[in-house]
Design a protein around this ligand. Structure first.
Ligand code: RNT
Ligand code: ZN
Length: 425
């Protein structure tokens, strides 16, 4: 027997619940919060950020998916089928994060500033049937008008106007998702603008970006149905020396306006920086937060999220600061070197496991120790919590949600690989 039986899961959970109760932790309350916290799965892991705009269209803008594992989704039906498979193996209900290049235009070429909700009708039907929300992103890369390396900060007014219009239609599409699905859509703007080599003028592009954003956000859109987010970055491939939309730029911009979400992508900072420490600071300045949970390895390499200290620290901050209600958790990575469905499942389950571990912290006692100045006791208890039987609580959560317990999900993925992915040529 490779994985525990239902009776074993129940028995282990019963013991774990008692153990946590002695520390003043209510495992049922933790499970209820975990069940209520949805994560936005990034559609782009399923096809290496290709989209359906033009077949074989390459990735640009300083991001790259590496690897050539067979079976990537070639069209929207295949992508939805792969996502369904992933969602079946992830406990509780989650959202989908779409990009504009996943529009379905019936084979007709459609400029990005001409897109409308009708081009996403099949996605909405699919999401509605599963009770899922959708989040959205303008695609300001992999396009001839992004080829010069500048979009919303372009010195060319015509190029800038094109991308402003694209972002405006995307906000309208986001609002339509929000209305159709009864849950607000987060529409997140990330642009690749920047220079490979040292610029002379760092200010001009940032002034143009701020003007473009002002213009985009002036467009009338029902902001109860779409929340606007902006995502900064340290650098990209070929943009090593200057990124217009840096963290400081967007933090300042969002703090000035007070009506935007700031997006923190875990791969978008210096490798020794963790976004966990930024969360409490940023949420003092902006009303809501969007997370792109990712894993940089040496650079913004978009590796599958593992159960790392970084991930655990992020989730601890969300729980300790009582920030879950103001935070939208999304994933952002694209690994083309392994089974793509497994990449979704492993990364999402890890994010949930880390959230559960954070929800199971003996918070009252830790706070009391800290407030009493007992740093020895704080250290001792924090280290003890790492060995508490939280995995038994996780197994119970999976079982209650009718998804495979432990690594049993891999057998289902292997089966899907043989029956579906392997037939894609
Ligand atoms: C790029 C940003 C951005 C993208 C997606 C595809 O560095 O992280 O979020 O990954 O929009
Ligand atoms: Zn991101």
């Amino acid at each position: 027997m490779l994985y525990p039986t239902p009776a074993q899961v129940e028995a282990a959970y019963g013991l774990a619940r008692e153990r946590y109760a002695t520390l003043g932790v209510d495992t049922e309350a933790a499970l209820a919060t975990l069940a209520a916290t949805s994560i936005s799965l990034h559609c782009w892991q399923g096809d290496d950020v290709g989209g359906f705009e033009n077949p074989g269209g390459g990735l640009e803008g300083g991001i790259a998916a590496t690897g050539n594992y067979p079976g990537k989704a070639r069209n929207a039906d295949e992508l939805r089928s792969d996502l369904d498979m992933a969602f079946r193996l992830i406990p509780s209900r989650h959202r989908l994060n779409l990009h504009a290049i996943y529009a379905e235009t019936g084979g007709r070429p459609m400029e990005r500033n001409q897109l409308g909700p009708e081009h996403f009708a099949a996605w909405v039907d699919w999401a509605r049937a599963a009770g899922r929300g959708i989040d959205f992103n303008p695609t300001c890369f992999a396009h001839p008008l992004a080829a010069a390396g500048f979009t919303l900060a372009s010195p060319d007014p015509a190029i800038r106007q094109f991308w402003v219009e694209h972002c405006i239609v995307c906000r309208q599409i986001g609002a339509a998702f929000g209305v159709a699905l009864g849950t607000p859509c987060v529409t997140n703007i990330w642009i690749p603008d920047g220079y490979k080599d040292t610029p002379f003028d760092r200010l001009g592009p940032r002034q143009r970006l701020a003007e473009s954003l002002d213009q985009i956000l002036r467009a009338p859109v029902d902001r109860s149905h779409t929340y606007d987010a902006v995502e900064g970055k340290l650098f990209g491939l070929g943009l090593e020396s200057y990124t217009v939309g840096s963290h400081e730029f967007y933090l300042g911009y969002a703090a000035r306006r007070n009506d935007l979400l700031l997006c923190l992508d875990a791969g978008h900072f210096h490798p020794t920086e963790s976004i966990a420490d930024k969360i409490s600071a940023v949420l003092l300045a902006v009303p809501r937060l969007l997370l792109h949970v990712s894993r940089g390895v040496r650079w913004d390499s978009d590796h599958v999220v593992t159960f790392s200290d970084d991930l655990q620290a992020i989730m601890q901050e969300l729980v300790r600061g009582d920030f879950l209600g103001r935070t939208h958790i999304g994933l952002d990575y694209f690994d083309a070197s392994i089974n793509r469905v497994a990449a979704w499942v492993i990364g999402t389950r890890n994010a949930q496991r880390a959230l559960l571990l954070a929800l199971l912290e003996p918070a009252a006692e830790l706070r009391a120790l800290e407030q009493a100045g007992d740093h020895t006791g704080r250290l001792a208890l924090l280290e003890e919590t790492k060995g508490l039987p939280w995995a038994a609580v996780w197994d119970a959560f999976c079982m209650r949600n009718d998804v495979p317990v432990g690594g049993a999900f891999l057998a289902d993925i292997r089966c899907y690989e043989t029956q579906v992915l392997a037939t894609r040529g």
